[in-house]
Design a protein around this ligand. Structure first.
Ligand code: NAD
Length: 282
């Protein structure tokens, strides 16, 4: 079998320039101009490139975006005070604080400070709780993008076996909940899982978010499974994911590439969440 490539770049482009652009036009008619603020603390090279992509996608959908930069020496109070000001600014609909943060700043305190109605990363306890309860919320971006890519393949997850490898708060846990909400049977694997290959053997969908280059290869993937590769690594100047793409392509029916897979969909979901936050304004 030669896998079909699920191009996150193409799916994102289509969502941004059709559905999202139309929704922004409708908001503009109501005199609402959706605006996203990205807070960047310090000089992390990877963060800067993510931020550039966010700005580019904001332009495609027609929303405003602003980057607020802080020196890595900025105090926790300075960051919290800025979030407070953003929470109270009616012209700003979404805010994210780009992670990682310098060690002296508490991620928990920062996330707890963000108004959940502007939490377009979906990381606040309120929004995570709503996701868990199946209530309407701002769903965190990488899991949301993964679900949109799965939907783009036309797969109906009802009764399907989904194996998720990785249980992080930002990917593994939320994506497993979203798959369950679509009636999949989900197997969650992590660093203490025994006999991982057995957990993969009857998977219809495999989602890999481990953070180890080429952790899963084609020999572990059942014939015809859909593979979502969340990982992203720069090995000697070449990007790769958590899945060995070449060997996986020989077994999977469809697979996301790295780069051009989950990455662009994550940013697209962020823009959509900002639009949803603006749409919720009466
Ligand atoms: P994380 O480090 O927070 O979590 C990794 C998870 O993998 C843990 O739950 C751990 O239990 C599990 N794990 C580690 N070793 C394992 C093993 N040997 N067997 C089974 N499970 C094991 O990672 P994360 O934040 O979920 O990110 C995972 C990868 O996805 C990273 O490469 C990250 O850069 C990438 N990522 C990409 C995007 C994107 O937009 N493209 C977004 C988020 C994360």
């Amino acid at each position: 079998m030669v896998a079909k490539i699920i191009s996150g770049r193409e799916v994102a482009e289509k969502i941004l320039t059709t559905d999202l652009k139309n929704r922004v036009d409708a908001l503009n008619k109501r005199n609402i101009k959706p605006k996203l603020v990205v807070m960047l603390v310090g000089d992390v090279k990877a963060s800067a490139s993510y931020v550039r992509q966010k700005e580019k996608f904001a332009v495609k959908a027609g929303i405003a975006s602003e980057v607020v930069r802080f020196e890595s020496s900025a105090t926790e109070d300075e960051i919290l005070n800025k979030i407070d000001a953003i929470n109270n600014d009616d012209k700003i609909h979404g805010v994210i604080v780009q992670l990682p943060l310098p060690d002296h700043i508490s991620i928990t305190k920062v996330l707890n400070k963000i108004d959940p109605s502007k939490d377009v990363d979906g990381f606040t306890p309120t929004n995570v709780g709503k996701l868990f309860l199946g209530e309407e919320t701002l769903v965190s971006c990488t899991p949301k993008g993964i679900m949109q890519m799965l939907a783009s393949t036309g797969v109906d997850l009802t009764g399907k076996n989904v194996t998720v490898i990785g249980r992080s708060n930002i990917v593994g846990k939320p994506v497993s909940i979203l798959c369950q909400q679509q009636n999949a049977t989900v197997t969650m694997c992590h660093s203490k899982t025994k006999n991982l290959n057995a957990k993969l053997s009857d998977a219809d969908v495999v989602i890999v978010a481990v953070g180890v280059p080429k952790f899963v290869d084609g020999s572990q993937i059942p014939e015809g499974a859909i593979v979502i590769d969340v990982g992203i690594h720069n090995i000697d100047g070449k990007l790769c994911g958590d899945v060995d793409f070449e060997s996986a392509c020989e077994k999977a029916s469809a697979i996301t590439p790295v780069p051009g897979g989950v990455g662009p969909m994550t940013v697209c979901a962020l823009i959509e969440n900002t639009i949803i936050a603006a749409e919720r304004i009466n």
